[in-house]
Write a protein that binds this ligand. Structure first.
Ligand SMILES: Cc1cc2nc3c(=O)[nH]c(=O)nc-3n(C[C@H](O)[C@H](O)[C@H](O)COP(=O)(O)OP(=O)(O)OC[C@H]3O[C@@H](n4cnc5c(N)ncnc54)[C@H](O)[C@@H]3O)c2cc1C
Length: 585
């Protein structure tokens, strides 16, 4: 098992102080590249030299990727400096997934070597006219002697121009449908002249330096060896690849908010107004503590989600969509709150200390729409709600016992896992959702912990048990509303706005379950100050208020405690995470 704490410290130390213009990856140069809309070659090369790509290439093919959590957390360190560099590199990793899932041994090795040699890959799924409706995509691949002829256009594709290879999703059956698409690794070096053209670069709102273009394929010949997996397997491979990507993109969202919170804390601690610092103003202090709690909610949820890819691949469909919907949605609100604490300075692009805020604010938005937008993921949860709610409400004793054992593995970062095997992921979670299923019993554990704890911990734990219990009760209401919706609307309920709304609420319960499970099972791996039940209580309050906006379970003393934990984490140089990852700033 990787010593992730040491690995993270090594990368952070290698990259140097982000405020030192002479370091390898400092904010002044990152902001300059963004202003110039320059592809971050210099930073990608620096990261590749350290060996970052090794963590996305399977160990069997010369890389070091065994546990997804290693790469996930390393990208948090990159993203908190420059989300553009992180995205550029994540795109290469996503584009490798099809060969990892279904490629031949030769393809796996060939592209592993290419990536480790510094070559970039692109993920060519989207088309201008179709977006999320991927089964309407028009790019075709037709058999010819010794290979295939590809025709069509892929747009907007990150890395499309700088990449050596584009993984092109093309229709291989005239009638289309789920079995009508295939994936081809189009290696530009091997394409005869005139058959592949790059589309113009699209200037972006955020990630300004990213290569955002596309390719036009005109009778583009690729050999049989370019087909990844079987003909007709394209959709299945794309969806399995997306399950990893949907979780991975949360690392960039969390990284953006880490930087925004850090920048705001610097301001709030120094800025004196009306005779005191902004951080001393009770309202601002609560806003900072709540923002910290929301980042920790995302941290807890992704801890389980990332580990689920190895421990519960049959449940990957639910985990990945809950993360992809909930983390960007929650953290977008966090960012909005932080802008009100930082005030007018958040709007200044050239501010020497806070200019980075406006960049991460813009860059963050990629997490909303890339790799299946928010709505696509809500739909995926909505379609599975029936079974998920039935098992969570039913609380079958045998199933609950199994789920409890499962969450102990999922949320204890010290427990070893089997190596990542992406082909094992399922597209539909017939196996349910162990995390939400085990929430009710975890509430009982919190209550028992409250009875044996002393001092303030006892009151905090009792508050956590009450709050988590109220969130667990929401599952029953959701099940009732779900049943009523289908009784009232029949089949039309499956496409109704109300069903999507229930999926949103289910995601919030799932986030609450993750916070509780991490507190109960991951304690020994957490930063000591973050084991405090005061932290858990504020996380749960943030989630309860999504259902009951006026309910409050924390008071000024609780907020002071969490604000103290936050201040210490910032002062001592910890990533804003439950786990003790060192950062320079
Ligand atoms: C910066 C950037 C990078 C990108 N990188 C890549 C890349 O590398 N490779 C790639 O293939 N693509 C890439 N894309 C395309 C991206 O994945 C798009 O999200 C995708 O094309 C879908 O488009 P859309 O989100 O605008 O939504 P559309 O599919 O055009 O839908 C429009 C709207 O309809 C609604 N909607 C969509 N689906 C549903 C549904 N199922 N139910 C209900 N409502 C729905 C939503 O409100 C949505 O916003 C990138 C795009 C950008 C901007």
């Amino acid at each position: 098992m990787t010593d992730l704490i040491a690995l993270m410290a090594d990368l952070e130390e290698y990259l140097g102080d982000p405020w030192d213009a002479g370091a390898l990856m400092p904010y002044p140069r990152i902001l300059a590249a963004d202003e110039d809309q320059r592809y971050p070659h210099e930073f990608v090369d620096v990261l590749a030299s350290w060996g970052l790509y090794d963590w996305i290439v399977p160990a069997a093919n010369g890389g070091k990727a065994v546990n997804v959590e290693d790469g996930f957390n390393l990208y948090r360190l990159v993203g908190r400096r420059d989300p553009t560099s992180a995205t550029a590199m994540v795109l290469t990793s996503l584009s490798y997934m099809p060969v990892w899932i279904a490629g031949s041994p030769e393809q796996r090795q060939h592209f592993a070597d290419a990536i480790r040699g510094g070559r970039k890959l692109a993920w060519g799924l989207s088309e201008r006219r179709h977006g999320s409706d991927v089964l309407a995509n028009e790019t075709t691949a037709r058999r010819t002697d010794g290979g295939w002829l590809l025709n069509g256009e892929k747009w907007t594709i990150g890395n499309a121009t700088v990449a050596c290879t584009v993984m092109v999703h093309a229709r291989t059956s005239d009638k289309g449908g789920p079995g009508g698409y295939s994936i081809f690794a189009v290696e530009k070096d091997c394409v005869p002249p005139g058959q592949l053209a790059h589309l113009p670069d699209e200037p972006l709102h955020g990630l300004r330096g990213l290569d955002m273009s596309g390719v036009r394929l005109t009778d583009c010949f690729v050999p049989d060896s370019a087909l990844v997996g079987r003909a007709g397997q394209g959709l299945e491979i794309a969806l399995k690849s997306s399950q990893l990507a949907r979780i991975a993109i949360a690392s960039i969202a969390m990284a953006c908010v880490d930087t925004a919170l850090r920048s705001t804390l610097d301001f709030a601690g120094r800025r004196v107004i009306f005779g005191g610092t902004v951080a001393e103003v009770p309202y601002s202090r609560r806003q900072l503590a709540e923002s910290f709690a929301e980042l920790l909610i995302a941290d807890a949820l992704t801890t389980g989600a990332v580990r689920s890819l190895q421990l519960a691949p049959a449940q990957a469909s639910v985990w990945s969509s809950v993360v992809k919907y909930f983390v960007p949605t929650l953290l977008e609100e966090t960012l909005a709150r932080l802008t009100t604490v930082l005030g007018a300075r958040y709007y200044l692009r050239a501010h020497p200390r806070h200019g980075i805020f406006q960049k991460v604010l813009r860059d963050f938005a990629i997490s909303n729409f890339a790799d299946g937008n928010t709505v696509v993921n809500l739909k995926n949860i909505a379609l599975q709600l029936d079974g998920l709610l039935a098992s969570a409400v039913g609380q079958d004793p045998g199933e609950v016992a199994r789920a409890r054992a499962a969450v102990a593995d999922l949320f204890d970062p010290a427990r070893p896992m089997p190596p990542y095997e992406p082909a094992a992921q399922q597209l539909f979670s017939r196996a349910g959702d162990d995390s939400v299923l085990a929430l009710r019993s975890a509430v009982g554990e919190l209550r028992r912990a409250a009875e044996t704890a002393g001092g303030r911990d006892a009151a905090w734990l009792a508050g956590c048990a009450d709050t988590a219990g109220q969130l667990a009760d929401e599952v029953h209401r959701l099940a009732d509303e779900h049943a009523k919706l289908f009784a009232d609307q029949g089949r039309a309920a499956g496409q109704s706005a109300e069903l999507y709304d229930l999926a949103k609420q289910y995601s919030a319960v799932s986030a609450a379950a993750a916070c509780v499970h991490l507190h109960l099972h991951g304690r020994d791996s957490l930063t000591p100050a973050l084991r405090s039940p005061a932290v858990l209580l504020l996380c749960l309050e943030r989630l309860l208020r999504r259902f009951h906006p006026t309910r409050r379970v924390t008071g000024p003393d609780d907020i002071d405690t969490v604000a103290g934990v936050l201040a210490e984490a910032h002062r001592e140089g910890w990533l804003f995470s439950f786990r003790p990852y060192r950062v320079g700033w």
